[in-house]
Design a protein around this ligand. Structure first.
Ligand SMILES: [Zn+2]
Length: 173
């Protein structure tokens, strides 16, 4: 895991980067450009229906293609993570949601291999305001799961999803 794995040339001016401070950062001795190896923030939701079931999304893309994930996605520049939640839920599920309480954060890794990225996954509860459930974007299937009928860990996309769902299951038990 190293987001700056393989970096050699400055993306701004093309000069050779200073690599002495890897894996934390690279810097350009010519133009002063610096890139830090920060985790990527993501915002994900526990959307629960009237029966107390949680919404999961089957991933249509790598990494973890075909495995179940909590709906959500990466925060864009300058975007508040609760706005990320609204945007990603609408894109992936067709639902307009309103974020509720903050449910916790878990660290994870996106992809595998030397250039996989560290992720900082933020979770909120969310309620459906309106919309019709329809999988789109990078989701192939959507389904509601009761707390005692969740997919097994090997059917979940990331370790953080298993941890977050375990935490949610304990909170509703
Ligand atoms: Zn440069």
């Amino acid at each position: 895991m190293a987001v700056l794995h393989g970096w050699r040339l400055c993306p701004r001016c093309g000069a050779e980067l200073g690599l002495e401070q890897l894996p934390a950062r690279v810097s350009c001795p010519v133009c002063g450009f610096v890139a830090y190896a920060n985790p990527k923030p993501a915002a994900n939701a526990f959307v629960v229906d009237h029966a107390g079931r949680v919404l999961l999304a089957r991933r249509a893309r790598e990494p973890s293609l075909g495995l179940w994930d909590l709906p959500g996605g990466f925060v864009e520049e300058g975007e508040h993570p609760t706005d990320t939640l609204r945007r990603e839920l609408l894109e992936e599920t067709g639902l307009e949601v309103e974020p509720g309480s903050f449910a916790g954060l878990w660290m994870d890794e996106y992809g595998d291999g030397p250039d996989s990225e560290s992720t900082l996954c933020l979770y909120w509860t969310a309620r459906v305001v309106r919309g019709v459930l329809s999988p789109a974007d990078d989701v192939s299937e959507l389904a509601w799961f009761a707390a005692d009928e969740l997919p097994s860990d090997d059917q979940l996309a990331f370790p953080s999803v298993a941890e977050a769902l375990e935490n949610w299951r304990d909170s509703v038990a």
